[in-house]
Every structure is written in C-alpha cells, then in structure tokens.
Design a protein around this ligand. Sequence first.
Ligand code: GTP
Ligand code: SPV
Ligand code: MN
Length: 597
Amino acid sequence: MTSNIRLNKWIHEMADLCRPDRIHWCDGSDSEYQSLLQMMVSKGVAIPLNPKKRPGCYLFRSHPSDVARVENRTFISSLRQDDAGPTNNWIDPQSLKSTMTDLFSGSMVGRTMYVIPFSMGPVGSPLSKIGVEITDSPYVVANMRIMTRIGKPVLDFLGSDGEFVPCLHSVGYPLLPGMVDPQWPCAPIEKKFISHFPEERLIWSYGSGYGGNALLGKKCFALRIASVQARDEGWLAEHMLILKITNPEGKSKYITGAFPSACGKTNLAMLVPTLPGWKVETVGDDIAWMKFGKDGRLYAINPEAGFFGVAPGTSAQSNPNAMKCVEKNTLFTNVALTDDGDVWWEGIGYDAPDHLIDWQGRDWYKGQSKEPAAHPNSRFTTPAHQCPSISPDWIAEEGVPISAILIGGRRPSTIPLVNESFSWEHGVFLGSIMGSEITAATISDQIGKVRRDPFAMLPFMGYHIGDYFRHWLNIGKMTTPEKLPKIYYVNWFRKNAEGKFIWPGYGENSRVLKWIFERLEGKAASQKTPIGNLPTPDSLDLDGLRVNPSELASILTVDLGGWKREAEDVRSYYRIFENKLPSALADQLDQLDQRLR
Ligand code: GTP
Ligand code: SPV
Ligand code: MN
C-alpha cells in the first residue's frame, strides 16, 4: 500500500499480468520475516538448523540446475544493439518484452506476489537509490530483507512521487490446480531470462530463484542498471569490496577492490592482518558506489546491508570474521547438513563427520562419497551489522574517501603479487586488461579457464564496455590527479609447478596492503619496471613469512616472456571494441609493448 501513483499503477499492471492468488506488501518487520520462514519450514522448503548451534539459521537447497548466475541467459536489452556492446547478450527490447510477457502471463497463478520496496544504501542517504522488487519467491523476500533495507521506511521515503527502479521477478513455475509445489521451483534453462532495459531503468527476471539472478537489488540493479545511471550522472558503480585499514600509529585509509566473482572480495574485506598493530575493518564486500565529494575526492558507499558470501573455503583460519557472522540469523543455501543440525562445507577448517546430508539432500559418507558435500557456489546470507570487523563507517551517508583501488583476479601465471600503476590512465589500462579464471559463481562448462574480465565487471556491465573504459578515463579528468585513488593490480593466485598457490593469501595479504598504505604515504620504496612499479626486495614486509624463496622471487618480478604473450593477447582482445576503444588505451598498449622490448 503506497501513495506513490507510479508504483501503484505498476503493481496493478504486473498483478494483472502474473495473476497471483494474493498480493503481499512487505513491511520489512521481524514478525513478517519470522512468519515467512515458518511458512517455508512447514512446507519443507527451509530446514531450521539446531538453535543451540546456529540460532535463527535456516538451510535451503536449490534445484541442481539453479545453483548460480546464468550469464548466457542474462540480457542487456538496450534500444540499440551497439549500446550493449560486444560482451553482452542483446535482444531487441520489444521482442524480448513480448517473449517475456508470454512467460510472465499467469506465472504467479497459485502463488503469492510479494512487493518488496528496498533501498540500496541507507534509507534517505543522498547516495542511495530505491527499487521495488515484485517476486513470487518467499526465499527471495527473506534474502532481500538481509541484503537490503526493505519495507515501510522505504515506502515512506519514496512518498507519492519518488523515483524507483521496478524489478519484476518470477521463479517461472505457476501452480495450476492439482500441481504440487516442488522444494525449489524454477524454469528450465532455455526459459530463464535475466533481462535489463537500461534506458527504462527496468529489470525483468524470469525462471531462476538463485542469488544474483533473483535478488534483483544486487547485480541487476546495483551494478547493471546503476552502471548506466553512473555513466549518465558522473560516478562509478563497481563490483568492489570496501575496507578501512589502520596502521599501528592509528592512521586510517579506505581502499576498494575489484576482483571477479569468487576471487576474494569478502575475504579481503574481512581480513585479519598477520602484521602486528595493523587493523582492517569491513565497509562492504561486493559492491561500491563511488561519487565525488565536495573536496574532489571519490567517496564510496556500500549499497548493500548483508553479505551473500561463498561458503566453501570459509574457515576460522581463513576468515574468522565471516565465521562469527554466520553463527546466527543466517540463511545458508546448498551447504551440507550434519546429523546434529549444523552446517558443513569443504574448507570449513575441520573434518567432515562420518555422515552428512549433501546439498542435494542425499546421504554423504566420509571417505566414500566422491562428490563435494556442499556445492562449490553454496552461500551464506548474513546481516552486515553482525560482522565483528564491520566499520562504524559502513553506514556513513556521505560514504568514505577512497585512497586506493585494487584490481585483480585468479591468474596462475604472469601477473605479479602487486603492481602499482604509473598513473590513472595506466591504471584504467590495467583494469581493462584484467583476466581471471572462471569460477563456480556462474554456470559454465569452462570453469578454471582464464578470460578477460575488465574491472571484474564483465558479467555486470549495463552498456558497452568500450564506453565504460571511456567513462573511467573521464572520471580521471573530473578532479586533480593527486585526489584520485591510486590503482594497484594484485594477484593472490599464482601457482607453482605442483599447481599449489605460492602466496599464502588471506591474512597474509595484509603485507601487500601495508606496502600500498606506505606507498600512499610516500614512504615505501618501489622499482619501475616495464609493467608498473613493483616493491623493492626490502620494501615489502616479509618478516616471519615462510614461502619458498625462489617461488617468492617469481611473484615479485616481471615475467618478461609471459607479459609479451599477455600484450599480444590483449591486442587481439582489444579488437572486439572496434572504434569504441579509447585511443588512450591503445596508446597504453603500444607503450607497454615498447617497454617490454
Ligand atoms: P563473490 O561473492 O562471488 O563476488 O566472491 P568474492 O570475490 O567475495 O570471493 P570470496 O572472498 O568469497 O572468496 C572466494 C573463494 O576464494 C573462497 O573459497 C576463498 O576461500 C578463496 N580465497 C579468498 N581469498 C583468498 C586468498 O587470498 N588466497 C586464496 N588462495 N584463496 C582465497
Ligand atoms: C557474484 O557472482 O559475483 C556474486 C554472487 O556476488 S551473485 O549474487 O549470485 O551474483
Ligand atoms: Mn560478487
């Protein structure tokens, strides 16, 4: 119920189209959340975990075909194909709407249509934006309540004429009379459509209930639609963590980091430094909206309110803050269930018990079962305010001033541990050529293969990537150079001859953060190389670190042969941008070639 005329009209139109049995306006209250969960428990959709071990926690199991984002079913349906660019799937908006109108027609028969008003960013903050998601999935409602700010305060703020992004979602499984509702309703892959209409600022998602396909505030709005808004309004909507780092003298800086899906953002954002006296606090773990402040610096907000984090690999050793966070009030999806009502996943830090129920609900026996007990993209949804490392600034309405931007991915070879860009333009060049191994965060038959993923935004771009590079270059001209964050290319994922990670990662990444911090202070030394500024052998604090010296040397020096191949590969990759490739980036590539000779 709202006085917002446009919202009322849209809700009525969508209800006429989807024909739900009933409409529920979410008020966002705790009692609403609890009763939704109880309803899902009674239907066998949610499994309550042992309240002595995980109070307020529930386990969900998705359909085995619906376990991650579906990039090949994600569409940027701009009016002109050229505006979607060479990296996005495009369908003419009229034709896509007609296909999807048929799909949505009656798609909510037998179901409740939930209306979720949500705010990305603190309600009322000048950097925040409002969306309204319509969904027929109570699982989505429960997750959206953790991941965003939902309900009455948002409607109140929206008022009678406030702006919002309409986000329509259906799992695509109408319940006709006599049909039984499966545990995880969804549509077959060819009927899934995760669609964006950038000019209209509109999202239509059909057929999937999982993560970024269905929680429309996240990738669909806060990245794909927001990237278009950011281009038009002169700011940046990025796939980045935000952290605060404080040195032993008590001086703090804020750093963002763009790493592709399942490449370490949550872990870096919650890092516990191994270096004495240093402290890291969490502002955000997945998305940063950055705008210029009055002082000419870039300020970032975390538009989300929770973490939708990768479970496997999360342990008290690797990420104690996340482990604390998920002790209560957390929704788990596709992890394994222990006989005593707790969760387990690969890399949780202790052996599996002899028996588990795996993510597909099947018996799993230690030493016998061959498949992982938890899905590699199993996730926890947990409130940000529960995180022991959360920074009080995480809800700062004006955002936090950014001193450095990290970029990086999973590169088993070539890319060194850390590389400081020469300039903003050179940093944008490095961002544009970023590559990473494909991970289980997306459904793909090419997991593990390295692909170019510029600024970790490949799957999340709302427009032409060539225009996006130009936008980044323009941002660099909107203030004076010394006020811009410095850009650093990092890689925690180099492998040795045995295929093992050379760098221990996690808390030890604080050594790299310290070098960056001290570079920003003008203190740490660096050496100029053909690819950028690398640490001098003694400027990086390696005190007490146990890594094979020759392997360590290999990740701290330039692999000339590897970089020559890299530059050649970038040249052919750049061809896909045709006339949209900014000449500044073509020049950067030529200069790299020159320096590598
Ligand atoms: P999305 O939520 O998909 O965007 O992922 P993310 O970028 O937040 O990645 P996350 O921090 O959840 O890490 C993904 C996986 O990488 C987990 O299994 C981590 O344990 C592992 N990982 C994270 N940081 C490191 C690191 O420094 N070194 C190594 N070897 N693995 C890491
Ligand atoms: C990612 O894939 O980058 C995620 C998970 O953060 S999802 O929300 O499913 O996109
Ligand atoms: Mn992500």
